[in-house]
Design a protein around this ligand. Sequence first.
Ligand code: ZN
Ligand code: ZN
Length: 118
Amino acid sequence: MSYQRAASMRPLGGYEIADHLCRMCNGRILTKTDPVNAKQTCRCSNCGFSAVGAVSRICWCGAKMPATGRNAGLRCTKNDNPTPEMPGEIVVRCEDDVGLDKPKQTGRYADETDDPEV
Ligand SMILES: [Zn+2]
Ligand SMILES: [Zn+2]
């Protein structure tokens, strides 16, 4: 039995840093794949919140509206523009226009939203 393999390769005990933030504390989420059964485990590096399966089980991507149980449309994304308010490498954005659980709504503000951003 050899448990000494590649100890220096994975400084986090087999976990890799994922581009997702913990839903409980906004800490960075780590993921690990079990080499035996290929199951993924995800765990918050900060508060220890963990789950087996997709990262979205504990990150904002899987956040649901408390009232409706629908996906809240939040997504963890790379922070292209770090600011004093949002200095993190990963930020949570609302992407509720992607139509996760419902058809995309169009025409509500047709007159003002068609301007392409430059
Ligand atoms: Zn956490
Ligand atoms: Zn996420």
